[in-house]
Ligand binder design. Structure first.
Ligand code: ADP
Ligand code: MG
Length: 254
């Protein structure tokens, strides 16, 4: 391969090695190296570090896209001080993701508007930063997907596809159509992941009300058993964030 003075040949080599940041930056970094009197090793390390950092960022971007997580529901926009002490203490270690290695679950309970979805999503984003594959899906939408797959005789395939994710966030498990078919596929899904893969569930129904989801007492007990067996429970009480913001606005304008 012919290398010309402009470094095009070098760029071809770097592209073939899949080093896009080297391609984009080597000329500028060379100038910087000259200006600051770096040796060859310093120059090369700088480029390698940049390549690695950008590779990591690209991976995070990719995982964030496939996760379908709402972009704005992150930890920095979440007011943790509104959470009960216990929840505040639980959050940092959950963000580390060790629970995923143990195929454990997270359950966030609380009345509507308390921040369950936001907090669980924020944890999801933190997990992605650590390289975990996360999927966010409203529970009713997962159930619809599974029902369609079942009808088309490809439920197994769909479950295997979902298996790629280290953690699946099932948002609002209380809002599922209460038909037998619906609860059956949900139950199959939970059983499939049990002790192998994590689920993160938000619900405004406490366990004693889960018979509204799973109908008969046996299935309800079995479903609870599967999710609770290895789980961290976040009990999110307190007042509604939306109501508090609304009443603050009202006060400010009256
Ligand atoms: P839930 O899932 O419990 O019904 P959400 O997570 O959807 O509640 O929260 C309702 C709204 O209030 C969302 O817009 C969310 O971003 C916001 N919110 C709730 N709690 C907090 C909090 N502690 N800090 C910042 N925003 C919050
Ligand atoms: Mg919610």
């Amino acid at each position: 391969m012919k290398h010309n003075a402009k470094g095009d040949g070098l760029d071809v080599l770097l592209r073939a090695l899949r080093l896009p940041s080297f391609v984009a930056c080597h000329a500028d970094v060379a100038k910087q190296a000259e200006g600051q009197g770096w040796n060859f090793k310093q120059y090369l390390s700088h480029l390698a570090e940049q390549e690695l950092a950008e590779r990591k960022q690209r991976k995070i971007d990719r995982l964030t896209r496939t996760s379908k997580l709402p972009r704005e529901k992150i930890l920095s926009t979440f007011d943790l001080s509104r959470m009960p002490d216990k929840v505040r203490r639980q959050v940092p270690s959950l963000c580390e993701g060790d629970f995923i290695g143990r195929a454990e679950n997270i359950l966030a309970f609380g009345l509507p508007g308390r921040g369950k979805t936001h907090l669980i999503c924020a944890i999801g984003h933190e997990l992605i930063k650590r390289g975990y594959k996360v999927l966010f899906i409203p529970a009713y939408s997962l159930v619809q997907k599974l029902l369609i797959a079942k009808r088309d005789l490809c439920l197994d395939k769909e479950l295997r596809r979902l298996d790629r994710f280290d953690a699946i966030i099932l948002d609002d498990i209380g809002y599922i159509q209460q038909e037998r078919e619906e609860m059956e596929v949900l139950f199959t899904f939970l059983g499939e992941r049990y002790e192998r893969r994590s689920v993160m569930i938000t619900s405004n129904l406490v366990f004693s009300q889960w018979d509204k989801i799973f109908k008969d007492p046996m299935t309800t007990a079995a479903a609870i058993d599967r999710v609770i067996h290895h789980a961290t429970i976040l009990e999110i009480n307190g007042s509604s964030y939306r109501n508090d913001v609304a009443s603050k606005l009202v006060k400010e304008h009256t």
